[in-house]
Design a protein around this ligand. Sequence first.
Ligand code: KIV
Ligand code: ZN
Length: 510
Amino acid sequence: MRVYIFDTTLRDGEQSPGVSLNVKEKLQIARQLAKLEVDVLEAGFPFVSPGDFEAVKIISREVKGVTVAGLARTNFNDIDQAWEALREAEQPRIHTFIATSPIHLQYKLRMTPEQVIEATVAAVKRAKSYTSDVEFSAEDASRSDLNFLCQVLEAAIAAGATVINVPDTVGYATPNEFARFIGEIRQRVKGMEKVILSVHCHNDLGLAVSNSLAAVMAGAQQVEGAINGIGERAGNAAIEEIVMALRTRRDIFQRETNIRTEEIYRTSRLVANLTGMNVQHNKAIVGKNAFAHESGIHQDGVIKEPTTYEIMRPEMVGVSHSDLVLGKHSGRHAFRLRLMELGYTLDPEELNTAFERFKALADRKKGITDRDLEAIVEEELRLIPAKYNLAYLHISSGTTIIPTATIGLQIGEEVREEAACGNGPVDAICKAIDKITGYSCTLLTWGINAVTEGKDAIGEVTLMVTSEHNKKTYTGRGISTDVLEASARAYTNAVNKLIWELGEGNLPKN
Ligand code: KIV
Ligand code: ZN
């Protein structure tokens, strides 16, 4: 039996605090989700912002072979706008929702139960007038009165809903309880056998994946979640965990998904890089340590027979071996070939810059691994034109001097230089870059990850900034064996995104 995977990385996932993706980034993630073969891709909430509307519209036009969903409250403006954004999709789905719990009815909606049923019916009918594929969600379903919830769901089905979603909006449910709840809904709601029953779990108690799987055992046919488990507050159910649990324990679940699991790791990296939400090292399936064996006894066992300590092979989720693959004598051909084996196709210009970065890295680092190559390529595959590129930096810092940074940024043929002092070297770097670009940003977060082991490992800096210009958040990513250089690259990357969004393209500002 099949379980449908509904991905909401671009909608609920993008509601993660601090995350803000531009249209190009959303399109890139949507393309990767289509490669992963999710069944439904929720591209956004078109009514909430012009950016969301545009993203849903472009994804609907460009990404084929997958159902594209757009979220809408039950009011007609939301639904009409969702349809406007979705109309070019190959398989459009309008996803409409209203809350059903007493708390939400009393304090948020200020509506009576009868009004909620009326709004549900009207919304589903309106959506149905545009497309045959209509999903209805009862927000905060798990804290709703079961009798009332069943009435609302029955009304939604009678009005034409084809998918009924039962969210645990605040992550309050526990697995046995949620399974019983889903079982009751399946039995009690008239017409449920004609539609797809879906669940949508949040992770406030760390139970989103367990609750989703318990619901599958109780008959849920669609599971909603986000890559890396990102989303509101503590996040949504992590899709990669649900999919791999269903695959690895098919003996228990007896369900299949359509997911190409070998694309999981690449999708996770892309989402982490573009959202700036790093994946914790011990995260199941996609964490850096998920397939690392530290103890000598474990390593010995895995060498003799992988199944001694591995319940999944890393290749199943697309994790490549971390063996040394290239070195400073490797040529462009070997470089390109290895990238192709890793699934990257670069245009000639991207290949040139990536090869230059590779050569510079090979001078500083003994052996280059697949992970290093992925880090280089992911930095070079720029989705937007970069107005500024780091040309050079000089830092003076220490325990008894004021940190100072001198930065050169390339803009077209010209290099502009500025110097600044700061509280620390990273602060000085950001201030020097601000002086050159003319934009001032506040650093919200700054994090570093070593891509591989060893003192000469590449450092990958991910940061988030808020622009004083428009108060929006931008993420940046930069890599280098020198952490300060990586910081300068990451900050420049974030500022380039701001400039691109302001529509300045490659025109000099001053
Ligand atoms: O968590 C929730 O209830 C939602 C709905 C809009 C589906 O995200
Ligand atoms: Zn949600």
